[in-house]
Ligand binder design. Structure first.
Ligand code: ADP
Ligand code: ASP
Ligand code: MG
Length: 412
């Protein structure tokens, strides 16, 4: 039955004129075969957003006006939507390119990381009614003044899901340079295999701990509005990965995926007074400096002194270090601050963890047997994450994949 589908194409998929032609052919074929009403969302051509950000840095140094940054980096998508619409027209598909202000994709929140607060469907519906395919610029929104904002790196995924949610009921296909979501990043783990299905929660945990195949926010939005998500290849038509609320046998596999992000840093504040209110003071200072803290460990105090360690994204490590140094100098004269920038966060994710015990002990045992020290630990109902030395990231993913995925598959 014909339905409404959002098809999102990432940077590599629109990375050259030939590829844009390929996207247009794919959309034309899909429309012809299914009769679906299609909304296309595209990213900037691969490398373009990086190039524009670099230009802003070269011209503006460390500080440049946020408004102009947004105006500049959104231009990557400005070009790709127009080119995609031209290519669609060439395929005989009536198409209209649209920027965020033309659709009315409203956003709120912080610089470079805006959140979508609403999508107007009137223009999209009107075009679809007339048989015209809207081609919407990903990654951008508008603020209350009508100025462009940006949704953070990888944000076109979120644009696509937000449009699908607003048009609902509507499926969202994320067409990319890989044919689905894998048990681990295939370029570092040759034995990684494609997953047929994942729950929103599994995908959310994977995306927020390193599987950049989807922007984490797009998954939370899809979860909230129950938008069925499909991750598949833009270059071939083989079946991709379906992400839904639940699927049959979802608790059978203990671990569904293993992820790693090597862009973390660890800060340790030693010799702080072991008394109520100190942790609050430390994290207030970090909050005021807009540093997002991830894993936290506080050591058992001895002789009235304790140590607090935590991880932050590498990009905010220096800000966090300076904020702590200031706090220590002004209020904790005996304390010292250490910064370790070579930290990776390694995670195992799976719905099966809700019902299977012993995953943590097995994980620590395998890491220990391979000489990898666990520096911090955090857990959720379906995820265990550890901080390790960054140089062990790839080895750690491979040994955990062997232990949790390959042995599990062999036993089926
Ligand atoms: P696009 O430009 O289409 O948005 P991205 O580069 O953002 O594409 O996302 C696709 C990439 O995500 C893949 O090429 C792969 O390198 C990476 N990736 C990371 N983890 C995974 C995973 N578990 N499964 C599949 N791809 C992954
Ligand atoms: N072009 C933006 C980026 O490179 C958005 C996206 O690709 O999803 O981050
Ligand atoms: Mg992406």
């Amino acid at each position: 039955m014909a339905q409404t589908v959002v098809m999102k194409f990432g940077g590599t998929s629109v990375g050259s004129s030939e590829r844009i032609g390929g996207v247009a052919k794919r959309v034309a074929k899909h429309r012809k075969e299914t009769g679906d009403r299609v909304v296309v969302v595209v990213s900037a051509m691969s490398g373009e957003t990086d190039r524009l950000i670099e230009l802003a840095r070269k011209v503006g140094g460390d500080r440049y006006p946020v408004r102009e940054y947004n105006q500049l980096v959104t231009s990557g998508e400005h070009a790709s939507v127009a080119l995609t619409a031209i290519a669609l027209e060439r395929e005989g598909v009536p198409a209209r390119s649209l920027l965020a202000n033309q659709v009315q994709i409203r956003t709120r929140g912080a610089y470079g990381q805006n959140l979508i607060s609403g999508v107007e469907t009137e223009t999209l519906e009107e075009l679809l009614e007339r048989g015209i395919t809207p081609v919407v610029a990903g990654f951008q929104g508008i603020d209350e003044f009508g100025d462009f904002t940006t949704l953070g790196r990888g944000g076109s995924d979120t644009t696509a899901v937000a449009i699908a949610a607003a048009l609902g009921p509507c499926r969202c296909d994320i067409l990319t340079d890989i044919d689905g979501v894998y048990t681990a990043l295939p370029s570092i783990c040759k034995r990684a295999r494609k997953l047929q299905t994942l729950t929103y929660e599994e995908m959310l945990e994977m995306a927020s701990s390193g599987a950049k195949v989807l922007q984490a926010r797009s998954v939370s939005l899809a979860y909230k509005f129950k938008v069925p998500l499909v991750v598949c290849s833009s270059f071939s038509e083989i079946e991709g990965t379906l992400i839904v609320e639940e699927y049959q046998g979802m608790a059978d596999a203990v671990v569904s995926g293993i992820t790693c992000r090597a862009d973390e840093a660890k800060l340790t504040l030693r010799n702080v007074p072991d008394k109520p209110g100190i942790a609050a003071k430390v994290f207030k200072v970090l909050g005021d400096a807009e540093v997002v803290v991830d894993m936290i460990v506080q050591s058992q105090g001895t002789a009235g002194r304790a140590a607090i360690s935590f991880t932050v994204p590498q990009e905010s490590a220096q800000t966090a270090y300076e904020a702590l140094l200031k706090l220590a100098t002004e209020e904790m004269p005996d304390a010292s601050v250490e910064l370790d920038k070579d930290i990776a966060k390694l995670s195992v994710v799976g719905e099966g963890m809700r019902t299977h015990a012993g995953v943590a002990s097995k994980m620590f045992e395998v890491l220990g047997a391979n000489g990898i020290n666990v520096e911090m630990i955090t857990t959720s109902e379906i995820k265990i994450s550890v901080a390790i030395e960054a140089k062990y990231s790839e080895l750690a993913v491979r040994v955990l994949h062997e232990c949790f995925i390959e042995q599990q598959d062999a036993g089926r």
